[in-house]
Design a protein around this ligand. Sequence first.
Ligand code: ZN
Length: 362
Amino acid sequence: MQAFFCPDQLLHQPQQFMRLGRIHQPADVPARAEALRDTLTTLGLPPQLPRDAGRAPLEAVHAPDYLDYLATAFERWQALSVPGVEQGPEVLPNLSPYPHPTGHPNATGPGGVRPTCPSNALVPQTGWYISDLACPIGPHTWRSILRAAHTAFAAAEAVVAGERLAYALCRPSGHHAHRDRAGGFCYVNNTAVAAQHLAQHFGRVAVLDVDAHHGDGTQNIFYERGDVLTVSTHADPAAYYPFFTGHAHERGHGAGEGCNLNLPLAHGSGNAEFAAALAQAEAAITRFAPQALVLAMGFDTFKDDPMSVLRLDHDAYRLVGERVRALNLPVVVVQEGGYMVEALGPGLQALLAGLGQAGAAR
Ligand SMILES: [Zn+2]
């Protein structure tokens, strides 16, 4: 197995996180990635530095105008000059655009045309491109985003080159990032970056997302694609982020009809309910007959995670590894959520043990 990580991913340091109308300490702290990196090193799997692949792997799944926004927003924010009003230390939206007639500003409009932001100014663009108050943009956020995407891309390149298993230690996470919209701590969809690269080389690819939250951005990016199956197990979104998607009736559209499977779990579900959903996911992936798999791995399903409404323990992560290994496919593991820092290392160790990484069984 090869693992990838760039220390620049630690530079993104959110200052605040709005939840239920109150400003909280940020949940996506750099210590998350440090804990996972240290675990890899302890297991004898020290991560390699990903090569600088530029913007091309990101542009394969994101709109160029959105990436331009992310790359320049902080500098433009600092240059804002509004008499009598001082801007905060990081870019945050204070408006939400009226939904597009198709239902979402990110949706494809009539004639297959993606609606673009009707303003060139920073404040309305921030409302257009940033969907919530969990995605602040600070001085080094773009650097961390870019390198997290390179980490996912490097893992996919390793698998294309013949490696059977590669782990991308991505931070910030990516699976809530849509083609042109950030949300839920996610800016660029690292899982989609990896899946797109695998799809170009292998043809058919499956994405299995086992984070506590529905991978809405990943679903959206591949929703009309017949060559990428997206499967997600997650806490029932009726009363849990991302709320609007992740329901069982969302099956894909057009060429992608039948190529999306959501397996929502009742809040309070434990290992047994998760294992049943995993078996359904495994059956769907086997039917699809992909040539490669991306595992979007979140540890925020853990019973003591501050974000969790599920009750999984580390045995569930070992099971994920075992079931993915049984598919006998080339696999890229992309790190998504998990917010109880001290539980992340043991979670990763259990996953890698299930994937047959001998050192991880220690
Ligand atoms: Zn999550």
